[in-house]
Structure formats: structure tokens, C-alpha cells
Design a protein around this ligand. Structure first.
Ligand code: ADP
Ligand code: UDP
Length: 237
């Protein structure tokens, strides 16, 4: 497998073509962004930690029956993935109120949501990733009704599997964001990444935030918290 030209440079990862038309390389950089890319900083070791964290989680999900992009780790900062035609929609599952839900509805942070909620956002930084619903996705052709059903089904499966995994490590899975894409065979596959950059994790005993909110809120020790989560899960770093 040969690495070819850069296809896309995102805020935190770069995507490269390979000599296989169905495979891409994801390079996890140390760049850390918040507020739709308005704030960007470099955090030592972040690329490596998120690459290995993502590999571990994607393999757990695959084993639980969730089709993922993950193929294999290629080194500290890179992995080989299935090339997907990404659906420009962020699927957010929440178990406890936090972040934009607290702002939007004025509810208390930490309120247990019973049951979980499932939300959609358009992936468009220039528009501030606006809140949308299923009918917008279909009307604007970002995805089909059938694809949405599958994306929701897989998001809820991810919630079930990962809530348990993090709970066993003494962590609450508060909320998380997933991105899906369409593989060459037409199937819906989990893409992008799962790391503390795209979810909220609170220590069950102390309530300490162990995710990207440490960066967003200037709490410090961002990567130290990511590494602690990885160690508790048994992710080899
Ligand atoms: P952003 O685009 O939000 O700045 P990243 O820095 O994480 O995000 O860039 C990674 C980009 O690669 C994202 O646009 C994501 O949708 C895309 N991507 C992730 N996984 C795949 C995949 N398996 N196939 C094609 N594109 C992917
Ligand atoms: N999230 C993300 N990328 C985004 C927006 C949200 O990874 O562009 C994640 C975020 O880390 C959190 C969940 O999705 O785990 C819900 O985020 P929320 O809607 O509360 O928005 P935020 O507070 O991040 O603006």
C-alpha cells in the first residue's frame, strides 16, 4: 500500500489517497480546534493519542457489529481506512445535558436525559454547524430516508456499546458526535473518528471533565486527561 497525494486537510486530520481506490490514510495532527475552527492550538502528543484511541474504539465497535471505516494502524499518527463518500451530517447522541443543548434549552448541565436524545447538525463550519432535522437531510439531498434510519440505528448501537465500555472505566459517556459515509458497496459505514475530541466524558466519582471541554473551557491538562482515559480503557499508547 502506497501513500499518495493529500486529498483534504481538515482542522485536526489530513486525508491522503493511496494506490487502492477504496482506501485512504488518515493522519491525526496535534492541531486542536474549538468554536468551529475559530480557535486552533497545537497540543503535544494529541495526534498520537487520538489515533490510537480511535483505533481501539473502532475495533471494539466493529466487534460489536457496527461497520466502521477502520482497517489498520500504520504508525503513531496514521491509520488506513475505507474511503467513504461522507454524508455532511453530524449525528449527536446525548445521555446527559451539556454543551449546546444546555445553551439552547436552558436546562441544567448534567441533567440525565431519559431516554437519550438523537440530534442532527449540518457539517458546515461557515454556517456554525446548524441544528437540522431528518426532513432537511432528505429535502436537500444530503442523505436518504433509508440512510438516516441506518445512521440512527448505528448511533444508538454505538451508545449502547460505548456507554458500557466507559462505565466500566469509571466514566460517564455524556454525549458524542459521529459521522457516517457511504462505502463503494453502497453500505453506511462509521467514518471520521471517535476520540475525546468528539465526545464528553466525566469521571463518575468526581465529575471531572476528561474530554475536549478541558480545551474549550481553558481547564488545562487536556492531553493528560485523554491519556488517563486511554489508560483506564487499556488503550496501548
Ligand atoms: P474537519 O473537516 O471537521 O475539519 P478533520 O480535521 O477531522 O475535520 O478532517 C477529516 C475529514 O475527513 C473530515 O471532513 C471527515 O468528514 C473526512 N473523513 C473522515 N473519515 C473519512 C473516510 N473514511 N473517507 C472519506 N473522508 C473521511
Ligand atoms: N461535537 C463535535 N464536533 C462538532 C460539534 C460537536 O465533535 O462540530 C461533539 C462535542 O464534542 C460533544 C457533542 O458533539 O461531545 C455535542 O456537542 P454540542 O452540540 O453540545 O456542541 P458544543 O458544545 O461542542 O458546541
Amino acid at each position: 500500500m502506497e501513500k499518495r497525494e493529500e486529498l483534504y486537510r481538515g482542522k485536526a486530520k489530513s486525508v491522503f489517497k493511496t494506490d487502492d481506490a477504496d482506501r485512504l490514510i488518515l493522519l491525526f495532527r496535534n492541531d486542536t480546534s474549538a468554536f468551529d475552527g475559530k480557535r486552533i492550538e497545537q497540543l503535544d502528543r494529541k495526534g498520537m493519542v487520538n489515533n490510537k484511541f480511535n483505533a481501539f474504539i473502532m475495533q471494539k465497535l466493529e466487534a460489536a457489529g457496527v461497520p466502521t471505516q477502520f482497517d489498520k494502524l500504520l504508525g503513531d499518527n496514521e491509520c488506513l481506512v475505507k474511503k467513504l463518500d461522507m454524508i455532511p451530517v453530524e449525528c449527536v447522541v446525548r445521555n446527559y445535558a451539556a454543551g449546546s443543548l444546555v445553551k439552547r434549552l436552558g436546562v441544567e448541565e448534567g441533567l440525565k436525559l431519559n431516554p437519550y436524545t438523537f440530534e442532527l447538525f449540518l457539517k458546515d463550519d461557515a454556517k456554525g454547524d446548524p441544528f437540522i432535522n431528518e426532513s432537511h437531510v432528505v429535502a436537500f439531498g444530503w442523505g436518504t430516508a433509508e440512510q438516516l434510519v441506518r445512521m440512527k440505528e448505528l448511533s444508538l448501537k454505538v451508545n449502547e456499546v460505548l456507554s458500557k465500555l466507559f462505565d466500566d472505566a469509571g466514566l460517564l459517556l455524556v454525549d458524542f458526535k459521529l459521522e457516517f459515509g457511504v462505502f463503494s458497496d453502497g453500505s453506511i459505514v462509521l467514518g471520521d473518528e471517535f476520540s475525546p475530541d468528539g465526545c464528553r466524558l466525566w469521571d463518575k466519582a468526581t465529575g471531572k471533565k476528561m474530554d475536549k471541554d478541558r480545551f474549550r473551557q481553558g481547564l488545562g491538562d487536556v492531553i493528560e486527561a485523554y491519556e488517563e482515559v486511554a489508560n483506564r480503557l487499556g488503550v496501548p499508547l
